[in-house]
Write a protein of this length. Structure first.
Length: 163
């Protein structure tokens, strides 16, 4: 479990740097597109398509980081249960359930990406579509692992005491 947490921290650092890099490139490309269109009446043909793909990457990487930092969107209907024991049970259940569901989504995203790879679809500049879709199975798998780790920590209560 300790090794998995170290790998998770390492991945979070890479994801953070990748988000900064992609956002910076998005700003440069969109500003460049604006200048090219307004000043020179031209633009980069594939620029808008690449920007859409980068939005997808930033969104999914951001979702993975949000889960790691426990800042994801959640609906807590029964969060005010009177008993701390039942709150822990409910939190562990929701975290583990979200992990399992994310695992299924990772499997579906992997199947989708493999389908696109086999169909040999091209997005632009002869780059295959599946390369841009690789973020889907990666992020869903990382999200699943992070939810499961979080649920396991709730079960363990971070002090080594089981429920």
């Amino acid at each position: 479990m300790h090794i998995l947490k170290q790998v998770d921290r390492f991945l979070e650092k890479i994801e953070g740097h990748l988000i900064v890099l992609i956002l910076s490139l998005m700003i440069l490309l969109s500003f460049g597109q604006m200048l090219l269109r307004n000043i020179f009446d031209m633009g980069i043909i594939w620029g808008d398509t690449l920007l859409r793909q980068w939005v997808l990457w930033v969104g999914f990487l951001g979702a993975a980081v949000a889960v790691r930092q426990n800042k994801h969107i959640s609906i807590e209907v029964l969060a005010n249960l009177p008993s701390p024991y039942w709150r822990r049970i409910l939190k562990a259940f929701t975290q583990l359930s979200a992990g399992v569901i994310s695992g299924f989504l990772a499997w579906a995203a992997w199947s989708f990406m493999i389908f696109e790879k086999e169909s040999e679809s091209v997005l632009f500049l002869d780059l295959p579509v599946w390369i841009f879709q690789a973020i889907l199975p990666y992020s869903f798998m990382v999200i699943a692992i992070r939810f499961i780790l979080s649920g396991a920590n709730v079960v363990k209560n971070d002090s080594g005491q089981p429920l």
